[in-house]
Design a binder for this molecule. Structure first.
Ligand code: RNT
Ligand code: ZN
Length: 416
């Protein structure tokens, strides 16, 4: 334990904060790392373009183009991340090596065996996502809400297959699997019927959720969105739609909020405590939108800090499933994975080292001026020294990790 940590610990203690306890708590909070940052959301099951209203920009060299490279990159990224991970897998990352290709409606647990092996090697859990995009059965921009029954049935069967795979993940790892339902279904221009697609979407999701699963192990959730690229006028799975969906099926699914998916002045940090009043559990995609749902790499910005604060100060670390969701193809992808994960961890550590009980007391006794001053003072506490101690205990560098990534780029990525 360094001198700087000793001194920081004493400073925090004056504010009633036990930094050792904060470090121990943080070590147990899982944050799901999204595999799709490693290959620009390409996946292993198709050669087509990325569709569904999302886009990656940039052509930085060295992206993972097969399972071996994916696992190699995730191993490298993990070696620079302190704390507890999960891996978030999309159905498009099925691995067919042994038995040949099957379409998404026919996927089976065996197609994800290597993901389970990877998780077991690291002693971590897996999250899962049906992939309702980058596929020819997305017809006229629609999947589960299509007016064509054949299209809907294909995607319903995909959703059901994904429930079975999620159950397999949970059983194999012993850790619950969050399974997120997101579709880019929507229209570029003003629709002539807004409710029809939503009724079909509702019925399709209900059918997917009729597949048997243990809700203690499989945690389906529904993610909302305000708009997508090419679907600017209307999104079927809007905020009100998905929230109502989750509320009506509280015994078998949860809401998922992606902080890139709201109007620019709305903040997910404020929505977390609102939902915690009603939902036992909820899920997040933490990202960084710039002007719109741009999925930039997470950094330690104000909203990331505030999201972490709302989880911690409401004692909800056990009720909120935290996952990352961004994709930047213009920079080194290992640096994107590592930096985003570390930013979330820093935000959580910051929250755990904040005198929130004191702020609450000041608010409840209407000492608002003192609260403002105290909150500003807290921003100057020596968090960096606590972070350095945490990283040391986790066996990763506290900063300056890019040299290591650059070496990996030279030795591995640029040789691909
Ligand atoms: C898209 C959603 C969705 C995807 C992933 C790949 O806007 O945020 O979560 O990013 O499923
Ligand atoms: Zn998302």
């Amino acid at each position: 334990m360094g001198e700087r940590y000793e001194s920081a610990k004493a400073i925090y203690a004056k504010f009633g904060i036990d930094t050792d306890a904060a470090i121990e708590t943080l070590k147990k909070v899982p944050v799901a790392v999204h595999c799709w940052q490693a290959d620009d959301v390409t996946g292993f099951d198709n050669d087509g373009p990325l569709t569904g209203g999302i886009q990656t920009t940039g052509d930085y060299p060295g992206k993972a183009t097969n399972p071996d490279q994916m696992f190699e990159d995730l191993d490298k990224a993990f070696s620079l991340m302190p704390g507890l991970k999960k891996v978030n897998v999309h159905a498009s990352y099925a691995i067919f090596e042994e038995d040949g290709f099957v379409d998404r409606d026919k996927l089976e647990p065996r197609h994800f065996k290597r993901w389970v092996e990877f998780a077991k090697k690291h002693g971590i859990g897996l999250d899962f996502n049906p992939t309702f995009f980058s596929h020819p059965m997305m017809k006229d921009g629609l999947t589960l809400s299509s007016p064509d029954k054949e299209v809907r049935d294909f995607w319903i069967n995909h959703g059901k297959a994904c429930i079975r795979i999620s159950q397999y993940f949970a059983e194999e790892t012993g850790i619950p699997c969050v399974m997120n339902i997101w579709t880019g279904d929507g229209f570029k221009d003003v629709p002539g019927d807004r409710m029809g697609p939503r009724m079909r979407y509702k019925e399709s999701i209900e059918e997917i959720l009729s597949e048997p699963y243990d809700f203690n192990k499989v945690k389906p959730c529904v993610e909302s969105k305000v708009f997508g690229i090419g679907a600017e006028a209307y999104t079927v799975g809007s905020a009100e739609f998905t929230l109502s969906m989750a509320a009506m099926h509280k015994d078998k699914c949860m809401p998922l909020m992606d902080n890139g998916h709201y109007h620019p002045t709305e903040v997910v940090s404020d929505k977390i405590p609102a939902l915690l009043c009603f939902f036992p559990e909820l899920a997040l995609h933490v990202t960084r939108g710039i002007r719109w749902d741009s999925d930039h790499v997470l950094i330690l910005d104000d909203e990331t800090k505030e999201i972490a604060q709302e989880i911690v100060r409401n004692d909800a670390l056990g009720r909120v499933y935290i996952a990352l969701d961004y994709f930047d193809a213009s920079i080194n992808r290992i640096s994107a994975l590592v930096t985003g994960f570390r930013s979330m961890q820093k935000a959580l550590l910051n929250a755990l080292c904040t005198p929130n009980a004191y702020f609450k007391e000041l608010q409840d006794t209407n000492q608002m001026s003192r609260k403002m001053v105290a909150m500003e003072d807290a921003k100057m506490l020596p968090l960096g020294d606590v972070w350095a101690e945490y990283c040391e205990q986790c066996g990763v560098p506290a900063c300056g990790y890019y040299d290591d990534i650059e070496k990996y780029e030279k030795d591995v990525l640029l040789k691909r």
